[in-house]
Structures are given as C-alpha cells and as structure tokens.
Design a protein around this ligand. Structure first.
Ligand code: NAD
Ligand code: DAU
Length: 352
C-alpha cells in the first residue's frame, strides 16, 4: 500500500481516484483538512476497503511515525502543502510551517521508518515529493523553458517555501540516502480545484454574473496541464524514476491569462449562454496586479518524455472543455466549497 499526504486537495484527490481506479493498490490518505481539503472529493470511496482516511498534519512526527509503522507503506507521496500564491502574500507563516517545517518533520518520520525496513523493503521504498515550476522564478520572453538544471529563483513566499522543501528533499537524499523523487509541474486545472485558482474562479464568477478579475495586463504566461495527466506522471515517476532525480512536468501549452479567461468564456457561451445573449467576456475586469507577479513560466518536459515515456493525453482545449463541463455538472460540490471560509477569502482579497 501507499501513503498519500494532502489527498483531500485538488491534485491529491484526483490522484487517489485515478490510482484506485487504474491500479487498485490500497491508499492511506493523511490530510489536515485545511480550507483547501474537501472530503467530498473522495465520497465515492466511502466503505472501500482499499481506502483509509486519517485527519492529521504532516508536521506531526509522532502521528506520521505511528501511521508508517501501522500500515507499512512501500511508498509515500507528498502532495500536502499550502498552495495558493495570493494567500502566501497575505500570510506567509502557514506556508513556512507546512511546506518547510512540515516537510522536514515528514522526512524525519520517513527516515526513521526506512531504518526499520529489511534490505529488500528499503531497496523498493520510494518517497515522491510533488513540487512546482514556480521554484524557478520568472522567464523572459526569449528565455528557453525551465529544465531540470534551471537555477532556483523563487519570487513569492509560496514558491520560496516550495523551493526550500525541494532543497530539503535533495539534502535528505544526499545525506541520508533516502530514495526521493521530485516532480516540478506547471499549472494544473481540472475537476475538484478549489475556486480560488484562476480557472474555477472564472467559471463560477461568470455563472454568478460577477467580474472575472484579471491581474495587471493579463499578459502573464503559464504552462497549463490537465490534472489527470499530472497524476499519471506521478504514478509513472513513482514506478520508473531514479531516486535523487527531479522531473519537470508540463503540457507544452503556454497561454496568457487573457487567453485562458477568454477560453473559459467561449466554452460557457456555447454550453450555457447568458440570457441577454452577451458573451461572458464582457465580465472581464482588469484589477490591481499581484505583487511580485511572475511574468512567464514554461516547461521543458523532454526528460520525463524520454526517460519515463510519459506524455499528456489532453490538449488545453480538450482539458478545458472537460473542466467547464465538470463544474457545470457538479454544482453541489462547488456550493459546499464556496461557503464559509471561501466567502471570507474573496471578501478579504478582492474586496467588493
Ligand atoms: P490544494 O491546496 O488543493 O490541496 C492541498 C491539500 O493539502 C489540502 O487537502 C490540505 O488540506 C492539505 N494540507 C495542507 N496542509 C497540510 C498539512 N500540514 N498536513 C496535511 N495536509 C495538509 O493543493 P493542490 O493544488 O492539490 O497541490 C498539491 C501539491 O501540488 C502542492 O504541493 C502544490 O505545491 C503542488 N503543485 C500544485 C500545482 C497546481 O497547479 N495546483 C502545480 C504544481 C505543483
Ligand atoms: O505553476 C504552478 C503553480 O500554479 C502551483 O505551484 C500553484 O500551487 C498553483 O496555485 C498555480 O499558481 P498560479 O499563481 O500560477 O495560479 P493561479 O490560478 O492563482 O493564477 C494563475 C494566473 O492567473 C497567475 O498569473 C495569476 C492570474 N490570476 C489569478 C487569479 C486568482 C488573475 O489574473 N486573477 C485572479 O483572480
């Protein structure tokens, strides 16, 4: 069996659903259930003997050590993190606490557990850390995409905390020999994403006749990857990756934020047109820019394609269509996700 952390979040939740459907190996999901953790994502697994949920913090070494010795996993996959850049600007401490201190405590618990394994158990054990392309900082228009050897230059408290966690991973591999794999992935989108992130925020705001807030000039560029393609990359690197190595993952799909928001509007115009016949694009509103906003990210995913044989199944167009369709069909999930804590966030960050 495997231990997944942060599995009630967007990517971890999609990963567990995909893993149990495709692979069937049992999963223990350790999640603190912060505002971003939503057990509803995994409600179809209720009663499934292959799935165990534990509410807890990756920074709680006693708890993690107890879970490891009870379940004896052959692998740990760390999705748990504070993940939203804007929140890290409003309050960086929680990001340091989970993404750095929490990651360190998790590593220490895993190190203690690996020491108890037989030589064969130790040889087969893997720890996969899920990280981000944001650790590399911002690219200029003419720069080549990020490769695995691009130097780290994080810009936000979020990306700095993820960069720190990546360095811890490397150090625990080099110093203690822990078999650690790291993935640095670009922007994910798809079902079950908390609607603080650009794509689900725009879908829900459009339907609620609210503004679609575009930071600055909207010409910042991101590489976009459908979440299930990232999940398949995680499974493939877990199976075939070389311990101590890092793998960049992306969709080769660079878009400006304005292109992304227009893409959402175009699909909604077709699937659920406004009653007045006007395009949802009329709701696009330019708002004050994010401080320290990275201008451009792009990923060179040649290594994982060449060495692991992974490639995305979805194009941006097919993935975005699936995503919008999912949000239209799952209003109950979004209704629950956007109550309470969500409203406070929107009020605090965007004002009225
Ligand atoms: P998310 O915010 O949707 O989910 C994070 C999950 O971690 C939540 O379920 C939350 O409850 C849990 N969590 C937070 N702190 C915890 C703690 N201390 N202990 C246990 N659980 C805790 O995030 P996501 O978008 O699913 O991202 C997952 C991982 O992938 C993160 O490490 C993120 O940095 C990375 N990543 C995300 C993207 C993206 O586009 N979303 C892209 C590349 C990498
Ligand atoms: O690149 C990978 C990263 O992608 C992950 O590590 C992060 O966890 C994930 O949140 C995401 O970070 P971004 O900051 O790129 O995602 P976000 O959806 O917040 O913003 C995408 C772009 O859209 C970014 O340039 C900021 C802009 N934006 C965002 C919001 C929420 C807007 O213009 N308006 C908005 O209201």
């Amino acid at each position: 069996m495997i231990l997944v952390t942060g599995g009630a979040g967007f990517i971890g939740g999609n990963f567990i659903l995909e893993w149990l459907a495709e692979n069937g190996e049992a999963v223990v999901n350790l999640d603190k259930l912060t505002y971003a953790g939503n057990p509803d994502t995994l409600s179809t697994l209720t009663g499934d003997p292959r799935y165990v949920f534990v509410r807890g913090d990756i920074g709680d070494r006693t708890l993690v050590s107890a879970l490891l010795s009870k379940h004896r996993p052959r692998a740990v996959i760390n999705f748990a993190a504070e993940s939203h850049v804007d929140r890290s600007i409003h309050g960086p401490r929680e990001f340091i606490q989970t993404n750095v201190v929490g990651a360190c405590n998790l590593l220490e618990a895993v190190r203690g557990y690996v020491d108890t394994l037989s030589p064969e158990g130790r040889a087969g054990f893997r720890f996969l850390h899920v990280s981000t392309d944001e650790v590399f900082g911002s690219l200029k228009e003419s720069d080549p995409p990020f490769s695995e050897s691009t130097p780290y230059r994080p810009s936000s408290p979020y990306s700095a905390s993820k960069a720190a966690s990546d360095h811890l991973m490397r150090a625990w591999h080099v110093t203690y020999g822990l078999p650690i794999l790291t993935i640095n992935c670009s922007n994910n989108y798809g079902p079950y994403q908390y609607p603080e992130k650009l794509i689900p925020l725009c879908i829900l705001n459009a339907l609620a006749s609210k503004v679609l807030p575009v930071y600055g000039d909207g010409l910042q560029r991101r590489d976009w990857l459908y979440v299930r393609d990232h999940c398949r990359a995680v499974a493939a690197v877990l199976a075939q990756g070389i311990p101590g190595e890092t793998y960049n993952v992306g969709g080769s799909s660079e878009k400006t934020n304005l292109e992304v928001v227009h893409g959402v509007c175009d699909i909604l115009d077709r699937l659920r047109p406004r009653e007045d016949g006007v395009s949802y694009a009329a709701q696009i509103t330019f708002v004050v820019d994010r401080p320290g906003h990275d201008r451009r990210y792009a990923i060179d995913a040649a290594r994982i394609r060449r060495e692991i044989g992974w490639r995305p199944k979805e194009t941006f167009e097919s993935g975005l269509l699936k995503t919008v369709e999912w949000y239209l069909a799952n209003e109950e999930w979004t209704k629950k996700a956007t109550s309470g804590a969500y409203r406070n966030w929107v009020q605090m960050h965007y004002g009225t």
